[in-house]
Design a protein around this ligand. Sequence first.
Ligand code: SAM
Length: 391
Amino acid sequence: MQCDYHNRGLCHSCTLIDQPYALQLATKAAGVREVLSQAGSDTGALQWLEPVASAESGFRNKAKMVVAGSVQEPTLGILDPRGRGVDLRACPLYLEVVGQALEQVARFSAELRLLPYNVTKARGELKHVLLTVSAGSELMLRFVLRSQRQVQRIRENLPTLQAALPSLSVVSVNLQREHKAVLEGPEELVLTEQDSLLMQVNHVPLRLRSRSFFQTNTEVAAALYRRAADWAEQINPSRVLDLYCGVGGFALHMVGPSRSVLGVEVSAEAVRGAREAVAHMGLGPESVQFHAGDATAWQQQLGSASSPGAYDDGGAADLVVVNPPRRGLGAELAHRLDECAAQDLIYSSCNARSLARDLANMPSWRPVEGQVLDMFPHTTHYEVALLLQRG
Ligand SMILES: C[S@@+](CC[C@H](N)C(=O)[O-])C[C@H]1O[C@@H](n2cnc3c(N)ncnc32)[C@H](O)[C@@H]1O
């Protein structure tokens, strides 16, 4: 991929961009294998499947832009080491529609004279612009503001922006009142009638609300869910427990006849989206359910080999899927998984180091098949999916 911002030294985010893509992919896959084996994981029986490649450009479904510059000419991108804005609205990682939308958002911001937030002076209103695009090119836009002062003006002028961007379905304002380096705050005001974006992935109509997690690369996420669904088909479990389920990507790909699937996720907003997808798919509670809660606190649902009576209908899950944040599962949940009644486990991770730590706390599980999926080309990041069985 050629990137003008990189070539001009304006952006250094894509640290591997100068390597041929095939080499990036092979190096990442080798790196994951090495971390797992160096950490002492029992990888003797592990068969690695071909890594999943991504498109080299136009693959990112979300843009998280820092707003800087002036009222008349806002920059949407990053800050340089001196705190000045670097405009990256034509970044080739994004789908073309994202670049076009950012262009219109910058124009809208200038017309409304929204003052970009200045980190050094702690002055201004507009901090970030967050944009997500669905596979059908529908857009969800979030303005991150310091206060409520400009909300009414944005609301009143929204028709102008919607006229320029007909695919703009969801618009919200997030309030990040504090002067600290975090992307968004806890308050979200939705300005449009529609409050969620339809993210069709394979045959599953996922519903994404403003603050719910969604995998960055829709095409590779589709491959990840297909991989997990293929494993589930081979196992043919009666009960699946999907911990850290987000808006239900894994769970909803595993629904099947004579099977009950339960998803657990801490974000109530994501669970709401998952339940909407269930309704949209015409599925009943006997088939799939979602609960808002902490994954570790839900560990009782796993049952144990000696007393497997903890799942909703009196039996334990026989397949567990986990897809935790970068920090991993932690010792408590890993120990519980080690002792539970399930015979199969799928672990999808974006961090081989925390994965290796968790595996060390689950000595009764043995990885048997694995795949590296390149969610993040040109960077050192990746996703790795493992199928584990009892050792
Ligand atoms: C890597 S994302 C995976 C989401 C989902 N599996 C997917 O494919 O989109 C991790 C998810 O874990 C959720 N999460 C974080 N901490 C949690 C916790 N303690 N208990 C349950 N879910 C949690 C996050 O909100 C996020 O949705």
